[in-house]
Design a protein around this ligand. Structure first.
Ligand code: PMP
Length: 386
């Protein structure tokens, strides 16, 4: 009949069996489709049907912008994951963690000081911190680059806001704050602080901790993040930011997040972590197997650590590979990979050397397999290059 099937973008032909030899492995974005099979296995319990008359109001029954049921489920997920002390902390919802990062900078920078607060992060850092801080820059704060530049803590005599990304994007290291003192405030970005991406040595108990559904369940498109905040004053300022910009986040998104988390906490609530951990671990093992045959490329090393979630010492299962080109002449590692039909993210974006490239390990299995195939090709060429 008229039925037309679309092939995977790397295949052609009437039965989609012809592999396109120059098909590009796209490992650029952190699109978390690695979670897709989990949600296919749990299709029924996670499905959502919303009647037209449902949840039309601006607010919930208690006149807030926050669903109490969702809040309770989030606190429960932290208890199950053992990754954060949520008890006694204020909670805020944002349009992705992206919105909360800037809300936190806004809140921490409202002080009676003459000079703007300096916003910093340790290199290599997630590019959005710089981009967003510069974009929304006001009289109260400005981006000031690498936290190392302020390392001599006794020199810090005006406000500094340090982004601490634990574990770090791009290199998966369990970063800690490097700046301390009465003028330093930290924002802990815990997007990846879940048992599937890192060992959890202890529950985090920081002043501001930011999480995202994007990297817990993989629903990046729902744009849902949350913050746990210790100080009531900081909480109020962040809440003000969220009220002023959009009167709290979409009630529909909260409903979706609630339905997903209901599925997550079913049974002992550990299934999603087991699923994602075993996938990420397998991906890392397969990747390291290939790169270990190479003299031209190397990967970051992540030391095994005791994980309170799995109750054992466990190896790496990071969200990204932080690949380095080791050869003298390979100064632009992004270009080296591009030549081999692999698209990564340029090290420069992370304030790092262009010998580095970030490769996403979070995409669908098809995409990841293609990435392995291209890397295998590239590494196999090394012998003939000698
Ligand atoms: N923080 C880090 C470290 C991230 O890697 C990301 C997304 N890749 C985010 C925050 C933002 O995620 P989202 O807005 O989807 O919550």
């Amino acid at each position: 009949g008229n039925h037309v099937c679309e092939c995977h973008r790397c295949y052609q032909g009437p039965d989609c069996s012809k592999f396109l030899y120059d098909c590009v492995a796209d490992a650029d974005s952190g699109d978390p489709l690695v979670f897709e099979p989990f949600w296919m296995q749990n299709a029924a319990s996670s499905a959502l049907l919303v009647a037209g008359w449902h949840r039309m109001s601006y607010t919930y029954y208690d006149h807030t912008f926050i669903s109490k049921e969702l809040e309770e489920h989030l606190r429960k997920v932290h208890e199950i994951g053992g990754n954060a002390k949520a008890d006694g902390k204020f909670i805020l919802f944002g349009a992705g963690s992206t919105q909360l990062l800037n809300a936190a900078v806004f809140a921490l920078s409202i002080r009676n000081t003459s000079s703007p607060a300096k916003v910093v992060a340790s290199t290599p850092y997630y590019p959005l911190y710089k981009q967003q801080t510069e974009f929304f820059k006001n009289g109260n704060y400005e981006f000031a680059g690498d936290a190392q530049l302020f390392k001599n803590n006794s020199d810090i005599t005006s406000n500094v806001i340090e982004f601490v990304t634990r574990p770090n994007n791009p290199d998966g290291q369990l970063n800690k704050a490097i700046l301390h003192g009465p003028f330093v405030h930290t924002i802990h970005d815990h997007a990846y602080y879940w048992p599937h991406f890192t060992a959890i040595p202890a529950p985090s108990d920081e002043d501001i901790m930011i999480f995202t559904l994007s990297k817990l369940t993989g629903h990046a498109g729902s744009r849902f993040g949350w913050a746990l905040v210790r100080d009531e004053n900081v909480y109020s300022q962040m809440n003000m930011y969220l009220s002023m910009s959009e009167m709290g986040i979409s009630r529909d998104t909260q409903l979706r997040a609630f339905q997903l988390l209901k599925t997550v906490v079913e049974g002992d609530g550990k299934d999603i972590f087991r699923f994602a951990y075993s996938n990420m671990k397998k991906r890392w093992e397969n990747l390291t197997k290939i790169i270990s045959l190479s003299k031209r490329f190397s990967l970051q090393e992540i030391s095994p650590q005791y994980c309170t979630f799995f109750q054992k010492v466990r190896g790496p299962s990071p969200a990204y590979a932080w690949l380095k080109c080791e050869r003298e002449e390979d100064t632009d590692c992004y270009a080296v990979l591009e030549e081999a039909n692999i698209i990564g993210r340029h090290g420069n974006l992370f304030n790092a050397d262009s010998r580095y490239v970030r490769l996403s390990l979070l995409k669908s299995q098809d995409e990841f397999d293609l990435l392995l195939y291209r890397l295998h090709e590239l590494v196999s060429m090394e012998d003939s290059m000698k």
